[in-house]
Design a protein. Structure first.
Length: 423
C-alpha cells in the first residue's frame, strides 16, 4: 500500500554494526513464529477438513445448523482481533497475548470430543476462534517489529509460506488418520490437540519474551509512559493514511467472494467429481506457498500498494474465467493459480504495508484495526453473495461481484496513488 516507513525500530539506525556487512533478510523470530504457525495450522486444518462431514453425517446436523456454526467459526476471530491487538500493546508484551491465544485454541481441541449439541459445539468453536483472534495481531506485530522496513514484505511472505505449509499438511494428516483409525473422528480431534500443544511449547520455549522497549527522553532516561489506553488505539483512525488503508481493505473485502464459494463455482462450472473436490483448496495453497516469498520481496522493491492491487486484478481475472472461459481441463488450474496468486499478493503484503504507518507502541492495535475491517467486510460479502446466489443464480451473483470488484479496485487505486511508498 502507499506508505512512508517512518516508524522503523530506533535500534535499526542507532546500532552501527547492524548496517555493516551481510545481514539475514529474515529475522530468527520470524522463522520461529512461522514454525509455530505451521504446527498450529496442521492442528486447525485437521479439524476444519473433517468438521463438515462430522457434523452432518455423525451428529446429524442440518445444513442450517452447520451454516450457523460455520458463521461462528469464521466471524468471531475478526471481532476479537481488536481486543487482542489492544491488550498486547497495553501490557507491552506481544508474546504473552499471542501465547494466550494459541493456548486457548489448543485447549479447545480435546473439548470437541465432548461436544455433541449445537450449543456446546458453538461454544467450543467460538472459544477456538477467540484464541485465533487474540493471537493474530500480536504475532504479526512481533514479525513487523523484528524486521527492517525494507524487508517487511519478504518477512511476512516467509511467515505466510510456512503457515500455508501447515494448511496443506493438516487435511492430508486428517485423511490418513481417518483411513487408519477405527474411531476416525475422535482420533483426528485427539491428534489435533497434541499437535496444538506442541505449537504452544515452541512459542513458549523459542520465541523471545522481550517486552516493548520503554520510551526514553533525550537524556536517555525513561519518559514514564503509561500503558496504552483504548482512546490512543482508537485515535489511530485519525491518521489519514491508516484510515484510507483500512477503508480500501474493507472496500475490496466487500467484493472478495469466500474460498468455499469459489470452489463450488469451479466444481459446478467444470463438473469436478465429489471425490476430487477436497483437493481444490490444496491447489490454492500450493500456489500461495510457492509465491508468498518472491511476491513479498517484489512488494518491498516496487511498492506494496501496487502488488496489493495487482493481486485483486488477478482475482478479478479468475472471476472472468469462471464466467466466460470454456469448461476445459485447464480451467481449474488457471483459476486456482490466480486464486493462490491473489493470496500471495495480499495476505502478507497488507500487514507489511502498515510498518511505516503505525508507531511501535501501537503496532498490534493498528494491525488489528485493518485486519478486522477486512475480515468483517469479507464476512458481509459471503452473506450477500449467498443471498444473491439463492435469488438470482450463481452466474449473476458472480457477475455482480466482478463488477463490484472492478469498481472498488479503481477507487482504491485512486485513493492509494497520492502518497509515494518508500521502498
Amino acid at each position: 500500500m502507499y506508505l512512508t516507513d517512518r516508524s522503523a525500530p530506533p535500534a535499526a539506525d542507532s546500532e552501527p554494526g547492524r548496517r555493516r556487512g551481510l545481514r539475514p533478510k529474515v529475522a530468527p523470530v520470524v522463522l520461529v513464529l512461522g514454525t509455530v504457525s505451521l504446527i498450529t495450522d496442521i492442528s486447525s486444518e485437521m479439524v476444519t477438513a473433517v468438521l463438515p462431514l462430522y457434523l452432518v453425517t455423525t451428529l446429524g446436523f442440518s445444513p442450517l445448523g452447520f451454516g450457523t456454526l460455520d458463521g461462528v467459526y469464521n466471524g468471531v476471530s475478526a471481532l476479537v482481533q481488536l481486543t487482542g491487538g489492544h491488550l498486547a500493546d497495553r501490557v507491552r508484551n506481544h508474546k504473552l497475548m499471542a501465547g494466550l491465544g494459541y493456548g486457548l485454541s489448543a485447549l479447545c481441541k480435546p473439548l470437541l470430543l465432548l461436544a455433541s449439541s449445537l450449543g456446546t459445539l458453538g461454544t467450543v468453536l467460538a472459544l477456538d476462534r477467540t484464541g485465533k483472534g487474540l493471537r493474530t495481531a500480536p504475532r504479526d506485530a512481533m514479525i513487523s517489529l523484528s524486521t527492517p522496513p525494507e524487508n517487511q514484505g519478504r518477512s511476512f511472505g516467509v511467515h505466510r509460506a510456512m503457515d500455508t505449509t501447515g494448511a496443506m499438511l493438516g487435511p492430508l494428516a486428517a485423511f490418513l488418520i481417518l483411513r487408519a483409525a477405527a474411531d476416525g473422528y475422535d482420533a483426528v480431534f485427539g491428534v489435533s490437540a497434541c499437535v496444538a500443544v506442541l505449537g504452544v511449547l515452541v512459542l513458549v520455549l523459542f520465541v523471545p519474551g522481550r517486552r516493548q522497549r520503554a520510551q526514553t527522553d533525550e537524556a536517555g532516561a525513561p519518559d514514564g509512559r503509561q500503558p496504552v489506553r483504548l482512546r490512543e488505539a482508537l485515535a489511530l483512525l485519525r491518521l489519514p493514511r491508516l484510515r484510507a488503508l483500512a477503508g480500501c481493505a474493507a472496500l475490496l473485502g466487500l467484493t472478495t467472494v469466500s474460498d468455499a464459494f469459489v470452489y463450488l463455482l469451479l466444481q459446478r462450472r467444470v463438473g469436478i467429481g465429489e471425490e476430487w473436490f477436497p483437493l481444490l483448496p490444496l491447489g490454492t495453497a500450493a500456489v500461495f506457498l510457492l509465491l508468498a516469498v518472491p511476491v513479498g520481496a517484489l512488494a518491498d522493491r516496487v511498492g506494496r500498494h501496487r502488488v496489493f492491487l495487482a493481486g485483486h486484478a488477478g482475482l478479478l481475472t479468475g472471476y472472468a474465467l469462471l464466467l466466460w472461459a470454456p469448461a476445459t481441463p485447464a480451467l481449474p488450474c488457471l483459476v486456482l493459480a490466480l486464486h493462490g496468486t491473489f493470496y500471495a499478493a495480499t495476505d502478507g503484503v497488507l500487514p507489511a504495508a502498515l510498518a511505516g504507518l503505525v508507531p511501535e507502541q501501537l503496532r498490534a492495535s493498528g494491525l488489528a484495526i485493518v485486519g478486522t475491517s477486512q475480515a468483517l467486510a469479507r464476512f458481509c460479502c459471503s452473506l450477500a453473495f449467498g443471498a444473491a446466489w439463492t435469488t438470482w443464480g450463481d452466474g449473476r451473483a458472480l457477475a455482480g461481484a466482478a463488477v463490484g470488484l472492478l469498481c472498488c479496485a479503481a477507487v482504491a487505486g485512486m485513493v492509494l496513488r497520492p502518497t509515494k511508498e518508500a521502498r
